[in-house]
Design a protein around this ligand. Structure first.
Ligand code: NAG
Ligand code: NAG
Ligand code: NAG
Ligand code: NAG
Length: 252
């Protein structure tokens, strides 16, 4: 933030005993506040000539800050500067000295799945994702973690940053209830009637039931063939039952 000031420099060539500013007289060395923001000083020469000039800024708390000097008040730093033309202004470094909780500006730390940095103004900014084993993943980049691709993605639509796995390890397998392992994407028959599939997430699911002669019965569906009715029923607990019965008479 810039607080712009007007330069005020009055020089009198005629000999005088006092500086004159806005109807007020000041003696040599006097300082006073103008525009509640600047400090003006009266200087009177041996010769009697005088000038008034801005020699500093006033902080919000009312302290004088000399030109080229700065002062910290609360979370902010105020600096009084003069440009080449003698124009004086006060620069405010917003929140340069504020903190992010217990972390100081510039400090980095890891919390959960993210690495943060404390930015000026006490603003926490995510600089990277961090996997459970401590690997840093740059924003919008992918690393291999034990063969599993892991992505740190920044959604620009809502500003959220998420660490997510992209599928499973290249060497992942499904393990069936009887302890046999199966490659991802493969299928096998269990107890003749259940067509099990090893999914890309490493989980086993039942794709369909199968009759003794190899015909498919969809999950929660039935097949009527050769005078028989086949049901493949999935219960709420996830278990699948295969039943064979007589076909309804109208199908015979
Ligand atoms: C005072 O006089 C000197 C020369 O004698 C001059 O250089 C200086 O600018 C003068 N200061 C003021 C405030 O008039
Ligand atoms: C302020 O600093 C600048 C450059 O660092 C210098 O040229 C100038 O004379 C200084 N002004 C005062 C009033 O100290
Ligand atoms: C942010 O946007 C992404 C992509 O649209 C979405 O998947 C995610 O759930 C959103 N997150 C929040 C917190 O809204
Ligand atoms: C078992 O399911 C897979 C799809 O997961 C399918 O390709 C395969 O043909 C099915 N096998 C039988 C015997 O139904």
């Amino acid at each position: 933030m810039l607080l712009v000031a007007v330069v005020a420099l009055f020089v009198a060539l005629s000999p005088a005993q006092a500086c004159l500013y806005k109807g007020q007289t000041y003696v040599d060395g006097d300082e006073w506040t103008v525009q509640e923001m600047f400090v003006m000083k009266c200087t009177i020469n041996q010769s009697g000539s005088w000038k008034t000039a801005i020699v500093g800024c006033m902080s919000p708390q009312g302290a004088k800050i000399n030109i080229n000097e700065s002062r910290v008040e609360g979370a902010d730093e105020f600096r009084c500067v003069a440009d080449a033309n003698g124009m004086v202004r006060m620069n405010q470094g917003i929140g340069r000295f504020s903190k992010c909780g217990t972390h100081t500006v510039g400090e980095q730390w890891v919390k959960g799945a993210f690495q943060y940095v404390c930015q000026p103004g006490g603003r926490e900014e995510v600089t990277a994702c961090v996997t459970p084993s401590g690997t840093r993943v740059g924003i919008n980049s992918i690393v291999q973690e034990n063969g599993v691709p892991v992505e740190c993605v920044h959604f620009t639509n809502n500003g959220t940053i998420v660490l997510r796995g992209l599928g499973v390890a290249a060497d992942a397998k499904c393990m069936d209830s009887d302890g046999t392992t199966h490659e991802i994407g493969t299928w096998w028959l269990q107890e003749t009637h259940f067509n099990k599939t090893c999914g890309t997430d490493g989980r086993i699911s039942i794709a369909n039931c199968v009759t003794v002669d190899g015909q498919r019965v969809p999950v929660n569906g039935q097949l009527i063939a050769n005078g028989l009715r086949y049901n493949c029923e999935k219960r709420n607990d996830g278990s699948v039952f295969f039943r064979t019965g007589a076909a309804p008479s109208n199908f015979l």
